[in-house]
Design a protein around this ligand. Structure first.
Ligand SMILES: Nc1ncnc2c1ncn2[C@@H]1O[C@H](COP(=O)(O)OP(=O)(O)OP(=O)(O)O)[C@@H](O)[C@H]1O
Ligand SMILES: [Mg+2]
Length: 399
């Protein structure tokens, strides 16, 4: 997969940006606050239609454009996927109505025809590394779930649909649980929501089990190379309940230690989840919320058996995250039959010389990568010769 052209209008600091993109490695160099990370954010947006940085789409629209009642931010790209050229246009539109309220909507056009957002996610594939992504390892569990969702959405449209179905059903089930807690509502209705949530939830759990196992396997071998055999990385999936139905009378296994559930069939996970919802029904009514399901899943990263989320050094966290990102590239390539574009923000800082050189050697072999830096000296001469450089200044290119 190659990004061949990028055009931005009123995206963050970029009022107007229009460039052909080289097919090899591209180094975006510039001082702080010139737009390097924003450019990667725009490219990543093409694959997920979501920003890893902004919680509100409004933040993506250029500040001056936002002053107008109607503001339109555009990310437009040409890309080549499996030898076919595509044109993708994303518009984020802010309309201020007569009451002064902002209404935001997104429009997506793929090859000239308007599409639903969910159906376009994953058409363009990218893998993004940002320094603050270390929070995926160290931060709250919802960051890990969000990351998993974005990653899986790149290969499986049914996963994306299941997530939106699950979230809608969860809200409905929780509303009913709250009513039941307040002694109103009809308890028989719970079975309806249980069945719906079981179907979407089981699909999510099944997909997460496989993805974590596969990415974990590839990441462990890359990580071993990056650490010259010193460390063994492990990704542990800890679902909020044991996804395999336990036979009656059998005590459930504790989940602090990850279980290999990769052989469990989707139907068995559905049965197990249904059973769990029934057995926790009174607890759920008492609390007024659904206590088990993918919205409570956890994932941990271990190096030599030590939990990096709690005990990882900065360098260790960075190396682990890099191994996972590079593993994602291979995994997406396996799944989609096409190599994603790799986006690396300030990736070389904080790595020791050996790890830096190992990474550059790998990148030289990658199909297309976009890297940002404030300091070109971090790159080897050999890499600089093989790459294109863009000097970024105040939301544009300079000489
Ligand atoms: N919606 C927006 N409109 C205009 N400017 C914005 C918007 N959002 C962010 N900015 C500004 O864009 C500038 C560039 O941000 P960006 O993070 O891309 O810089 P950078 O080149 O990666 O810098 P650094 O080297 O410090 O990481 C920042 O000053 C930021 O405040
Ligand atoms: Mg930056």
């Amino acid at each position: 997969m190659f990004l061949t052209h990028l055009s931005l209008t009123d995206f963050r600091i970029f009022s107007r940006f229009d460039q052909d993109v080289p097919l090899n490695s591209l180094i975006l160099v510039g001082d702080n606050a010139q737009g390097k990370t924003s450019l990667l954010e725009a490219v990543y947006y093409l694959s997920t239609l979501d920003s890893f940085q902004a919680s509100n789409s409004l933040d993506l629209i250029n500040f001056s454009a936002l002053q107008n009642d109607l503001a339109v931010c555009r990310i437009v790209a040409d890309f080549r996927k499996k030898d076919t050229d595509h044109h993708l246009e994303i518009r984020i539109i802010k309309d201020t109505n007569s009451n002064g309220n902002n209404i935001i909507r997104k429009e997506v056009l793929l090859d000239g025809s308007q599409q639903k957002i969910n159906s376009v996610i994953g058409t363009f594939n990218a893998v993004l590394f940002l320094p603050h992504m270390l929070q995926i390892v160290t931060g709250a569990p919802q960051l890990r779930r969000h990351y998993l969702n974005l990653t899986l959405a790149q290969v499986d449209p049914t996963y994306t649909e299941s997530i939106s179905e699950y979230n809608k059903t969860l809200a409905q089930r929780n509303a009913l649980l709250k009513q039941l807690n307040e002694r109103s509502g009809d308890v028989d209705q719970l079975s309806y929501w249980d069945e719906k949530i079981t179907q979407a939830g089981a699909y999510i759990i099944h997909a997460r089990i496989q993805a974590i196992k596969d990415i974990g396997y590839i990441a462990a071998s890359i990580h071993q190379e990056l650490t010259r055999g010193d460390e063994i990385l492990r990704l542990n999936y800890l679902p909020s309940f044991d996804p395999a139905a336990s036979p009656p009378g059998q005590i459930e296994l504790p989940l602090e230690n990850a279980l290999d559930r990769s052989g469990v069939e989707l139907k068995d996970i559905q049965d197990g989840y249904r059973e769990k919802l029934l057995s926790t029904r009174s607890e759920d009514i008492y609390r007024g919320v659904t206590s088990r399901g993918p919205h409570r899943d956890e994932m941990r990263y271990l190096s030599n058996g030590i939990d990096l989320g709690n005990f990882g050094s900065r360098g260790q966290l960075r190396t682990a995250m890099l191994a996972i990102k590079l593993a994602e590239v291979n995994w997406l390539n396996e799944k989609n039959g096409d190599c994603p574009v790799l986006l690396l923000d300030e990736v070389l800082a904080e790595l020791d010389d050996t790890r830096r050189q190992d990474l550059l050697d790998r990148l030289a072999k990658a199909e297309q990568s976009l890297l940002t830096t404030t300091d070109l000296d971090l790159f080897s001469d050999e890499f600089k010769r093989s790459a294109t450089q863009w000097k970024i200044k105040n939301g544009g290119l300079t000489n």
